[in-house]
Design a protein around this ligand. Sequence first.
Ligand SMILES: [Zn+2]
Length: 319
Amino acid sequence: MANLYYRYNPQTCQYERIYPSGKKFIRRAGIYLLLALISALPITYWYLQKFSSLEEQYLQQQNQVLSENWNELETEIDEAYSRLGHFAQKDDNYYRMLLDLQPLSASIREAGVGGIDRKLDGINDFPKVRDGYERLEKLKHQIQVEMQSFEELSLKADIQLSKRATRPAILPLHNKDMIRLHTTFGNRFHPLLRIWRDHRGLDMTAPKGAPVFATGDGVVSRADYSETYGLVIYINHGYGYETRYAHLLKYELKLGQEVKRGQLVGYVGTTGQSDAYHLHYEVLHNGTQVNPIYFFQRDLDHKEYQKLVEHPRYQAPVE
Ligand SMILES: [Zn+2]
């Protein structure tokens, strides 16, 4: 406690307080201030050690959020791995076996997984993030392998199915007669009706009277004239398949007649809603039109077939 000084005043008969001079006051205040600062130092140090700045606290919170999100991402990658694993197993032990294909070796499934993209080199200081990216790269590679395997499976399945005589599997025209195959399955502008319409078949431009052939064994389920199709033949192939041959000049089959793949159906015409000699060909499965380009395997070699199937128009039919 600070010392207080008093002096007796005989005139007032009282003790009166004596205040220090200005200099003394400043010196004393300085000493107090110094003492206060010295004692505050350890407290400040302790405080700084224990509590971080606001910015640090914000960053710590952000870090926490990022870390939680990252953990969720890792869990999802794990799940994707596990699902793909089941898929790969089913592929090897069921689908590939079913179609007499060898299971894919582990070396194929694992091959080609290199380092991660160079632009991500900056993440080297964060092993957890780097590890996550590497696992994603591996996942991408395995998906790619699986997709290739399914391509192979679908090709093999197509070939095996096309061996079944009833399946539509050839071109309905001689290749030499086909002036142009219009890649027009899907929505397109109808040249006569002048409207956009879903076109559910393939148009094949050919000379007048070019022969049209049945694309698989079956029974004629319709042989007449319709306003839209003109002279038309439907063939029921069983197993849910049907083919239609429209705008014919003349047909050579009767309702209920049994036909063989490659048998003459009729001749190319332009009857019904048509503005040029062409064959409108449809393939239906369970009553719904499907794209006929998937049913030419017997006539086209693998390269030709792939070229047709991968035609950009089929990726996004616009016409
Ligand atoms: Zn058409």
